[in-house]
Write a protein that binds this ligand. Structure first.
Ligand code: KIV
Length: 316
C-alpha cells in the first residue's frame, strides 16, 4: 500500500498546560472537544475537516490525543483488531464499557465516542437507553450506533435521555450477515436515495454527526450536502466533513491486509517484531541484562553470600 508522506506530528507541550501528552502550548491550552463543537463542523460553512480515529485502550487514546485528533471512537471493531474475532458481533456492552473506561482514563482532550455493540440497542428502547448510559458512565461523551430508519425511535429516546448520538450508515459491519459480507452500499439510484433519506431522518431525530462507511464518493457527497450535521467518512471518499480510520490500519498493526480505503501511515507491526526479535537475541546471547540494567548489593552482602557459597562448596 502506498504511504504518502504523513503530516508532521506536533510536539507535546513544554509544560503542564493540558492533560498529559496533549498537543497544546502555554499560549494556546488545548480546549476539550465537545459535541456542540463537533456538530458545528460543516466544511461548507468553512470548518476544518474532523479527524476521528479508533482507540481501544489507554495508551492508544493517549497517542491519538497527543496527535491532535478531534474524536476517539471506542469502536466495536475492538472485536477484530484486539480480541481476535472474525467480526464485530461478538462484543457485548460489558466489553465496550471496559474499553471505553480504559480510553477515558487517558483523560483525552478529544471527544470520546463509545460504540454500542450489536444487541445492545435492538431489543427495546429502554434497554438501548440503559446501555447508552452504561457507556457514558464508563467515560464516553457520546455514543454511536448503526442503522437507518429502523433506529429512529432508539436514537430519539437516547437523545431525550441527554446522551448525544452519532449515527452510522452505509456498510454497517453489524449487518454483515444480512448484507452477505462486507459490501459497498448505496450503489443503485434507489439505494443512494434511501441512504440520503435515512441520513436526513437521523439528523432530524437528533444525531449530532453521521459516519458514512463503504459508499461511493458521489453518494457520500450527496448525503453530506443533504444534512446539516457533519458526515465522517470511512471508505466514502473525500467530500465528507471528516474522516475516520481504524488505529491498527493506520499504524500497520493489523493481522490482515488493510482495506482499499485505509491509508497506512506507519509499519509499527514490523518495527515491533524487529524490536522483540532483538530482545530475544540479546537474552539468548547473554547481552541482556547488562550491569547497568541490574540491581547491586552492598559489599557486606556480597561477601556474606560469597562465604555461604564457599560453605556449600566445601566437602562435608
Ligand atoms: O468500530 C469501528 O471501528 C467503526 C468505524 C469503522 C467507524 O465503527
Amino acid at each position: 500500500m502506498s504511504s504518502p508522506t504523513p503530516s508532521a506530528v506536533p510536539s507535546p507541550p513544554p509544560g503542564p498546560a493540558g492533560p498529559a501528552g496533549s498537543v497544546s502550548t502555554a499560549a494556546t491550552p488545548a480546549k476539550p472537544m465537545t459535541v456542540p463543537l463537533v456538530r458545528a463542523r460543516k466544511r461548507r460553512d468553512g470548518a476544518e475537516p474532523l479527524v476521528m480515529v479508533t482507540a481501544y485502550d489507554e495508551p492508544a487514546a493517549r497517542i491519538a490525543d497527543a496527535a491532535g485528533v478531534d474524536i476517539v471512537l471506542v469502536g466495536d471493531s475492538v472485536a477484530n483488531n484486539v480480541l481476535g474475532y472474525e467480526d464485530t458481533l461478538h462484543v457485548t456492552i460489558d466489553d465496550m464499557a471496559r474499553h471505553t473506561a480504559a480510553v477515558a482514563r487517558a483523560r483525552p482532550r478529544c471527544l470520546v465516542v463509545g460504540d454500542m455493540p450489536w444487541m445492545s440497542y435492538h431489543l427495546s428502547v429502554e434497554d438501548a437507553v440503559r446501555n447508552a448510559a452504561t457507556l457514558v458512565r464508563a467515560g464516553a461523551g457520546a455514543v454511536k450506533l448503526e442503522g437507518g430508519r429502523a433506529r429512529l425511535p432508539v436514537v430519539e429516546a437516547i437523545v431525550r435521555a441527554e446522551i448525544p448520538v452519532m449515527g452510522h450508515l452505509g456498510l454497517t459491519p453489524q449487518s454483515v450477515l444480512a448484507m452477505g459480507g462486507y459490501r459497498v452500499q448505496g450503489r443503485s439510484a434507489d439505494a443512494a436515495q434511501a441512504l440520503r433519506d435515512a441520513a436526513k431522518a437521523l439528523a432530524v431525530a437528533g444525531c449530532f454527526a453521521l459516519v458514512l462507511e463503504g459508499v461511493p464518493d458521489v453518494v457520500a457527497a450527496s448525503v453530506t450536502e443533504a444534512v446539516d450535521v457533519p458526515t465522517i467518512g470511512i471508505g466514502a471518499g473525500p467530500a465528507c466533513d471528516g474522516q475516520v480510520l481504524v488505529f491498527h490500519d493506520l499504524l500497520g498493526l493489523g493481522a490482515r491486509k488493510p482495506p482499499k480505503f485505509a491509508r497506512q501511515y506507519a509499519d509499527l507491526g514490523r518495527l515491533a517484531t524487529e524490536a522483540i526479535a532483538a530482545y530475544a537475541a540479546d537474552v539468548r546471547s547473554g547481552a541482556f541484562p547488562n550491569d547497568d540494567e541490574s540491581y547491586h548489593a552492598s559489599a557486606d552482602l556480597q561477601s556474606a553470600l560469597a562465604m555461604e557459597d564457599d560453605e556449600i562448596d566445601a566437602p562435608a
